[in-house]
Design a protein around this ligand. Sequence first.
Ligand SMILES: [Ca+2]
Ligand SMILES: [Ca+2]
Length: 436
Amino acid sequence: MKLARYCNLLMLLTCFSGSLYAAPVPLSDPENKAGWKLNKEISDEFNGDSLDLDKWLNLGQDSNYYGQWKGRAPSQFNPDNVTIANGFLTITNRWDPDFKFADEKFNNGYYYGKPAPITTAAIITKKKFKYGYMETRAKAADGPVSSAYWTTGKGGEIDVFEHYGENKKKSHSAKKYHTSFHDWRKGSKTFGKRIWTNDHILDFRVADDFHVYGLEWDENYIAIYVDGRLISCQTREEIGDNWVAVNEQKVWIDSETFDWELKPDQMTKEDFGDGQKFVVDYSRIWQREGNGPGCIDRENLINNPSFEANLEHWQGTASTISEDAKAGKLAAQLTSAGRIEQEVKVKPNTTYMLSAWTKSTETNMKNKWFTGYMGVVMDGKKYTDNRYFFPYYHLKSVQFTTTAETKSVTVYFTNKPQGKHFVIDEVKLVEAPKAQ
Ligand SMILES: [Ca+2]
Ligand SMILES: [Ca+2]
């Protein structure tokens, strides 16, 4: 009120011109209802001619690898692969046989530079932050390297995303928005492991264009956004003992090779061309006074989503089980190669998020992996799906945007072709409008 009166009575122009330099607001809260304040010390628009070394450490520069962190062999960080131009940070990943690689083996069994002489890069903030909303606008590298936006702190790591572009073996990879917590608690029995994940399939390839990725890390919940739309929100209570992000975090932007996506001995010079570029427009961290409101319920468009009315509203060859439900008393099960589905009325030109908890009980996580799928049929053809393969309940999601003609979609679950026991519970389909 005081500010408004000041503007009215005095220099309107001063107030107006002040707004021209106003700090940016989150795409997921464009009216800044939460009262976010940009933490400029740890945010960067990448507007200069070179990386701001007061803000960032460029790993490998002056042989400083933040301890001994040279990259994930066979790739190694080369600080020369970091460039700033026209308001963008670019990490260029190269097939780089002339680079002088460290003469060391890394603990994943590869030597730096062998069998694939790849250089990547990593930058990490010098300052830390605790709780807030992180957002970046970025385009992933379209090769067999990660493009990652993540944080590390004592005891735990938050991976906002570890994107992959082209992957000859897995077409899903290029649409995956993979968020996780990584356990670095001393003495923890899951030390070094990824212990909570939000595994989402986007409706675009991450390397095709720029998109805005956001993550709110509150003391009591974590909310994940894409292009200003909420994908999922999970409370600290739901995540339980796997909630490891309790200390101040530093922000990383980097690329690495991971053999869980494509084994390095399958990578070739051709995969890298003139360099595979991970391009970042900005990294912004906002913080607010106190905590946020928690996870807000969204209307679920699925009828009988938790199978508490047996298979009412679902068609197909399933039954229900009364032990081992994720929620309530019942869950659905597929016992032979089958499928259940439900047709749901939707609006045209609208984006939706579909998620479910399922498990593939006969997977042993050693040599027997059995897969089930959750998918969406739209306008008469399969539009998207996501894959389940762990023997314990795990949450996965997909997004889709209806066309001008779409009146309904069919949501389905199938364990074809393997036909092993597959349990489904808590299906959720919600509209995901852009935040206003
Ligand atoms: Ca920029
Ligand atoms: Ca249930």
